[in-house]
Design a protein around this ligand. Structure first.
Ligand SMILES: *Cc1c(COP(=O)(O)O)cnc(C)c1O
Length: 381
């Protein structure tokens, strides 16, 4: 049976062990202290000093010149497209193997998405990207490339192709904060980079995002659109429309504290990956998402793919030991929403969806507790 046939109800756990979640929030310690400071100052809203502090902290960490804290990662991508002038009739290329939030802003702008499949890196195929650019009747305006599960795409090659063809590049680094390629941070190879701090990401503000760029004018413009496009008068004067897309001071306070532990989190997710790899090394049919040469992934989630075993059997078995797991993302070119969209594929997305699995990668557990997961997988394989 195809994974499509199963619903969430097919997997309800009755096990009473502490649940092992895929990627639960993991507070570092200073979050409440900073929130208290916010409450004391009464800058609950609008904005406030922790928004600036959070943006500064992201700039320091990534070496991006400018940063804008937003209400979500999706909002940050939308702002990037709007600032770049993406509009109806424009083609926007995108990684097909990604999460919907990555590409839905293309629809918000009434532009036309065209999807590009992955290669052996599990991320966007530069070869298919070149083919898409060559075969499309019109020059694409932009590309949104995702570094999935915290692992770097072949970003230098992709950035070079975009530059050569004068296509704007947006890096969806929602899952890959802290990952690098040749020591350069994920999100800083493109015209714009975005991060997400949604509840399940490697660090979280409960919900939120960040837009980064080295172009001051663009970030200024994004800020303008993110605050209802208010013209600089005392009263509310509007020549254009914008959005309500800024991050609150309360949530930014959480973000500042979470940035203090980002490196610890990455260290732990990488240890979890190594643990799974070691424990499952005897099962030949399992392969892990690769880390391309020269890169350092944040291993946000450990993701695997099976040669023979139906991943649904594993999902069910893991539920019996109260461990959460999920199929890999279903590629955009396979989604009913995009049945009419053009795509450049090589069947990688299909295979990964049919055969792949995300394993629990909770940074707040002892590695030994994950034996529950590896033993369950061994039982089935
Ligand atoms: C989470 C995520 C987003 C969207 O971020 P939100 O903050 O949830 O809006 C976009 N792209 C990818 C790859 C993501 O994982």
């Amino acid at each position: 049976m195809s994974l499509d046939a199963y619903s969430e109800k097919d997997c309800i756990s009755t096990n009473t062990n502490t649940r092992l979640f895929l990627s639960p929030p993991h507070m570092g310690g200073n979050e409440q202290k900073y929130i208290n400071e916010v409450f004391k100052s009464n800058y609950i809203a609008p904005l406030g000093e922790f928004v600036d502090k959070f943006e500064d902290s992201i700039k320091r960490y990534t070496s991006a010149k400018y940063a804008l804290a937003t209400s979500s990662g999706t909002a940050a991508i939308h702002l990037a497209l709007r600032v770049l002038g993406v509009k109806k009739g424009d083609i926007v290329l995108a990684s097909s193997f990604t999460f919907i939030g990555s590409v839905v802003p293309i629809l918000y702008q009434n532009a036309t998405p065209v999807f590009v499949d992955s290669d052996e890196s599990w991320n966007l195929s530069p070869k298919l990207l070149k083919k898409a650019i060559k075969d499309l009747p019109n020059k694409p305006k932009a590309l949104i490339v995702t570094h999935l599960y915290g692992q770097m795409a072949k970003i230098q090659e992709i950035a070079d192709i975009c530059k050569e063809n004068k296509i704007y590049l947006i890096e969806d680094s929602a899952e890959s904060l802290g990952a690098t390629y040749k020591d350069k941070q994920s999100g800083t190879f493109a015209d714009f980079g975005i991060y997400s701090f949604n509840g399940n990401k490697i660090i979280t503000t409960s919900g939120g995002g960040m837009l980064i760029s080295d172009n001051e004018e663009w970030i200024k413009k994004a800020k303008f659109y993110a605050t209802q496009a208010k013209e600089p008068y005392l009263h509310y004067e509007h020549e254009e429309y914008g959005y309500n897309y800024r991050m609150s001071n309360v949530l930014s306070a959480i973000g500042v504290a979470q940035m203090e532990v980002l490196n610890e989190r990455v260290k732990k997710t990488r240890e979890i990956f190594e643990f799974y790899k070691r424990e499952l090394r005897d099962i030949d049919e399992i392969s892990f998402m690769p880390e391309i040469e020269g890169s350092f992934g944040n291993r946000w989630l450990t993701t695997i793919s099976f040669e023979k075993t139906d991943p649904f059997k594993i999902i069910k078995r893991l539920e019996e030991v109260n461990a959460e797991s999920r199929p890999l993302w279903k590629s955009m070119h396979l989604q009913p929403l995009f049945k009419d969209a053009l795509n450049f594929t090589n069947k990688t997305g299909e295979k990964l969806f049919e055969k792949g699995l995300c394993l629990p990668t909770p940074t707040n557990v002892k590695l030994d507790e994950l034996k529950r997961v590896t033993e369950a997988i061994k039982d089935i394989c």
